[in-house]
Every structure is written in C-alpha cells, then in structure tokens.
Design a protein around this ligand. Structure first.
Ligand SMILES: Nc1ncnc2c1ncn2[C@@H]1O[C@H](COP(=O)(O)OP(=O)(O)OP(=O)(O)O)[C@@H](O)[C@H]1O
Ligand SMILES: [Mg+2]
Length: 248
C-alpha cells in the first residue's frame, strides 16, 4: 500500500472559512411523516472562532452539526470545508475527513467503562494521523493526574473532560460539540467550557457548540440562532467573556 494523500487538502492559514453552507437542506422520511429538519441554511463559520449554536428543541441544531461533521448527508444544498466541496465527495473521503479533522463531543460521554482515562484517549491516538500523547491531551483539560482512573471513579464533569481530551488528541481543526454541558451543573459545566476555550486558543481549533443555555453565548465569537430549520440570526460577539464569567 502506498501513502494516502490527506483526505481534504487544507491551507494552513485562517484566511478561509472553516465551513460555508449554501441552501443546506435535510429532509427525513417521506410522505405524511416527512420532516424538513433544515430548510436552506446559508452560513459562514470562519476558522478559529468559537461559535455557539442556539435554537429551540427541534430547530435543526443537531442535524446541522451532524452534516458538518460528516456523520450525515444533506438532502440538498452544499457545504464547503476550508474551500473544499463536501457534498459531492465519496463516503470514504467523508469518513477520512471525520477521522482526520473533526473532534466530536456529545452530551453523554460514551467512555469505555473498562478503560482508564488515558486508555480511553489512546483509543483515538492509535488511529489518528498526527496525535498528541494521551497525557498531553488530558493535561490540556486539567486531568493529567487522573489518567489512571476509570470513568466510574470520576464525576460527570471529569468524564466529559476525558471525552474532550479524547476528541482533541487528534489535533482536530474542528470541534463539534452537541450540548456538552447538558448533563452538568453550572460550576462543572464552566470547567468543560474552559477546556473547550483552551483547545480553541492553544490548538486553533474552530469550536462549534450547541447549547440550550443562552448564557453560554457570552463566551462565543459568533452566535447563530436556528428556528424551524432556518438561520434566524448569525451575529458576531464583539466582546466574548471568559467561560469562568458564566453561570446558569
Ligand atoms: N433521524 C431522524 N428521522 C426523522 N426525523 C428526524 C431525525 N433526526 C431529526 N429529526 C427531526 O428533525 C428535526 C430537527 O431535529 P434536531 O435533532 O436537529 O433538533 P435539535 O435542534 O437538535 O433539537 P434538540 O434541542 O431537542 O436536540 C426534529 O423535528 C426531529 O424530530
Ligand atoms: Mg439536538
């Protein structure tokens, strides 16, 4: 087997948008049970920003995140990742995009209970192209000293930070986070948001963060609000605050 080229050729600067969508549409089902989850989403998400995605339940937030991350395909419309059209690429290329460039964090941490924190992170570093050592990833989220603990020995917030360490260990260009603080109290949630902000600052990863918590928008560089599968508002926040200033 020869060397495989990177799945998505990217330029290193931050001059290109991370994501650009045009008329992005996602329809689930057919006939009377048809749901139009996205109805023509036009968005630009610049590289290096922390973007908070708000919207009522059912407004299409997770659907959009899953399409941008290559977990799902749009029904219609297009999107680009750093200038490369993603709607026409093969499933194999989409899988490699996801593996090489995207870190996912979900509300439930999905850690392997029989593995330590370090081993959970190593599950990813074993397959990534240019991973950081698992301990370094755990250190970035403030958990280096807990590396040999099992998930059951950690709090919810600590488990979520292990999940973030697992996602960042492959040095993703994009972090896609679907309600990462949804199961956490305010103080614990703030530590998780601090970890995400640190990844943004230290690795330059673009962070897209879904939350039901309008207060979290204060830490964003950009706030996007979805309503009924459409973008109701996309605004830049001129004065983002540090996560530690947030509470809910
Ligand atoms: N696999 C699916 N099959 C059918 N309908 C779906 C599917 N996934 C999502 N939907 C529908 O698409 C719409 C948008 O769902 P989505 O999960 O994107 O909303 P959301 O904004 O993330 O909501 P929440 O805040 O509750 O997580 C909803 O009406 C939902 O029922
Ligand atoms: Mg959702």
């Amino acid at each position: 087997m020869g060397e495989t080229p990177p799945s998505v050729p990217t330029d290193q600067g931050h001059d290109r948008a991370c994501f650009q969508t045009r008329g992005l549409t996602r329809v689930f089902g057919e006939g009377t049970t048809q749901v139009r989850a996205l109805r023509g989403v036009d968005l630009t998400i610049p590289s290096g920003e922390v973007v908070v995605l708000l919207g009522a339940s059912g407004s299409g937030k997770s659907t959009l995140l899953n399409i941008l991350g290559g977990l799902d395909r749009a029904t219609d419309g297009a999107f680009e990742f750093r200038g490369r059209d993603m709607t026409t690429i093969t499933d194999t290329a989409l899988t490699r995009f996801r593996r090489d460039h995207v870190g996912f964090v979900f509300q439930f941490y999905n850690l392997m209970p029989s593995l330590t924190a370090r081993e959970n992170v190593e599950l990813v570093t074993e397959i990534a192209a240019d991973p950081m050592p698992a301990l370094e990833a755990l250190d970035l989220v403030g958990l280096a000293e807990r590396a040999d603990h099992f998930p059951a020995e950690m709090s919810g917030g600590e488990q979520q930070r292990v999940a973030i360490a697992r996602a960042i260990a492959k040095r993703p260009e994009v972090m896609l986070c679907d309600e990462p603080t949804g199961a956490l109290d305010s103080a614990t949630g703030v530590r998780v948001l601090q970890a995400l902000k640190r990844v943004n600052r230290d690795l330059g990863s673009t962070v897209l963060l879904i939350t039901h918590n309008a207060g979290v928008a204060a830490m964003a560089d950009r706030v996007i609000t979805l309503a009924d599968g459409e973008v109701r508002e996309s605004r830049r926040n001129e004065h983002p605050v540090e996560p530690e200033a947030l509470s809910w």
